[in-house]
Design a protein around this ligand. Structure first.
Ligand code: DLZ
Ligand code: SF4
Length: 509
């Protein structure tokens, strides 16, 4: 066999035909390598549905590349020696194909990028690491944007991205005269609203094989493997997105922050898993959402809210990740050290909100942003859980979670472990917030109206105890001042009861 000219390593979250490494290669001379890797499946113990999704999407993508004329080495889990790591598989493929050069699109995760950075020296071969052009803002540009700013406010970054892409712009002005319609997006959901389900794709034969593989090899990982309904091809993911635009986007804005028992999806798109492994293209999704608005099919607050998540928040957290890693992973400004409670895995807790969110996470490898931020995340911060353990939990349980997006969302936004680089205040809330935005409290054995005592909603005492514990640190944050003042007005006895209630609850965790 003639040696390959380039060996192109396509990673599991690079399932995009226009990927920079593929664009730099040539099917006539080059060879593509893809590998299912034990190390990647287990460095955190990913949810079974996530593993099925990724491996099946990888296998389907390899077929797509073959149909486009590429020669693809696709290494199935457990199929070849040196099998469990990127570097091990690359070494094996180099020995077999004797390429002149390695092409790879920059890895999404710092850990993998470090590994790739060592390849040139290790294999004495040129390694071209190409920029990941699927993102709109390259890390260097974000660095330049951040340089010299005291606060890295997403809102200003987002406006620049709107101007740059022209999305929802009328000339130099934002459509509707406002950049951000978030204040219109806080309706609580009422039971009985028509809730479309995300489009379900029954497993094909290839997915059935992966289901058997994951059940056999990773049966002890968290999460229900069945029913498996995620799309695993670009065509199906695009259909699922089109269905979202048609059926759910019109209400997505209004009910973005709502939570309802037995309704895991509400009007959410549930496409982040497709987006983050490369099946869907971010800019194309935004153009479709804008077109639906321009055609009068969806209101502006919905289209703007959706587009802001993609070109604003998603790009912004990636920028923060590459700006701050590797140190960012160790952020722990509150010095929290408590172990993650078992009920994050078992859902066995009397707190109905946490039970609902963990149960749904186990069933679907999905929860929406407010469930993640204000239920599981909020509880972990109030209870003083080690933020690194919280990070590893989110990274493993959600199908869309890749470290570049999950880590800043967890450590920065949700746990405030970075001391306020990402968020202007801790997203701490008592039971009242959860009661306002959900129906969880109706079915809970705790009383959301009581602050202390054995029947009181644990979020309440934990919330005030968190405020009290961190008085000194939060004192100069103007957005926390009202809460600190309220706490200060409690009687000494009430403050004492809060401390005792929180301590009694935590002692039993
Ligand atoms: C998350 C993941 C998993 C579970 N499995 C694989 C795999 O078998 N092969 C692979 O190439 N990538 C996998 N990934 C994605 C990587 O862990 C990592 O998130 C990306 O390569 C980004 O750096
Ligand atoms: Fe959650 Fe408290 Fe409401 Fe129970 S009462 S569901 S613990 S917020």
């Amino acid at each position: 066999m003639a040696p390959a000219r380039n060996l192109i390593f396509v990673l599991g979250d690079q399932l995009t035909p226009g990927l920079s490494s593929l664009a730099a290669g040539d099917p006539a001379h080059d060879r593509v390598l893809m590998a299912e890797l034990g190390d990647e499946a287990q460095y955190v113990r990913h949810h079974k549905k996530k593993l099925v999704f990724l491996f099946s999407a990888m296998r389907h993508f390899a077929e797509e590349l073959r149909e486009a004329g590429w020669r693809v080495d696709y290494i199935r889990l457990g199929a070849a020696e040196n099998g469990t790591s990127f570097t091990g598989q690359l070494g094996r493929a180099i020995a077999e194909h004797r390429p002149q050069r390695i092409l790879v699109t920059a890895a999404g995760e710092w850990r993998v990028a470090q590994e790739i950075a060592g390849w040139q020296a290790r294999f004495s071969l040129p390694v071209d690491i190409l920029p990941d052009t699927r993102f709109l803002c390259p890390p260097e540009e974000f660095r330049a944007w951040a340089a010299g700013r005291k606060q890295l406010r997403m809102e200003y970054f987002y406006r620049d991205m709107r101007r740059r892409t022209g999305l929802l712009m009328d000339g130099a002005q934002p459509a509707g005269g406002k950049w951000n319609f978030d204040s219109e997006n806080r309706k609580a959901a009422a039971a009985g609203l028509f809730m479309p389900r995300p489009m379900a794709c029954p497993p094909d034969a290839m997915t059935d094989e992966v289901l058997a593989l994951v059940a056999a090899r990773f049966g002890n990982h968290f999460g229900d493997i069945a029913p498996f309904w995620f799309a695993v091809t670009r065509a199906d993911a695009e259909r699922a997105f089109a269905a979202f635009i048609d059926q759910a986007l019109p209400h997505f804005g209004d009910y973005q922050d709502a939570m309802l028992t037995g309704q895991p999806f509400l009007y959410h798109a549930v496409i982040a898993q497709y987006l983050n492994c490369g099946l869907l293209d971010p800019l194309q999704l935004c153009r479709q959402a804008e077109a639906a608005y321009r055609a009068g099919k969806v209101p502006l607050n919905a289209a703007e809210g959706f587009i802001r998540q993609i070109i604003g928040w998603r790009e912004y957290v990636r920028g923060i990740y590459w700006l701050k890693m590797p140190g960012y992973a160790r952020s722990n400004v509150f010095g929290h050290t408590r172990a993650l409670p078992d009920f994050y895995w078992t859902a066995e807790t009397d707190m109905a909100c946490l039970r609902a969110v963990v149960t749904q996470t186990r069933e679907q490898a999905y929860a929406h942003h407010i469930q993640r931020l204000m239920v599981t995340g909020n509880f972990a911060m109030l209870a003083g859980i080690d933020p690194h353990a919280v990070h590893e939990w989110y990274l493993s349980v959600y199908a869309d979670a890749f470290e570049w997006v999950e880590l800043p969302n967890t450590l920065g936004m949700s746990q405030f472990a970075d001391g306020g680089l990402l968020a202007s205040k801790p997203y701490a809330a008592s039971g009242a917030y959860i009661n306002r935005m959900s129906d969880y409290c109706d079915g809970c054995r705790y009383d959301v109206k009581q602050r202390t005592g054995a029947q009181a909603c644990p979020f309440n005492a934990l919330y005030w105890d968190f405020i009290a514990r961190n008085r000194a640190r939060l004192g100069d944050n103007p957005r926390m001042a009202p809460m600190l003042r309220t706490y200060g007005r409690f009687s000494a006895e009430e403050q004492q009861r809060i401390g005792a209630s929180a301590a009694a609850f935590l002692a039993k965790l």
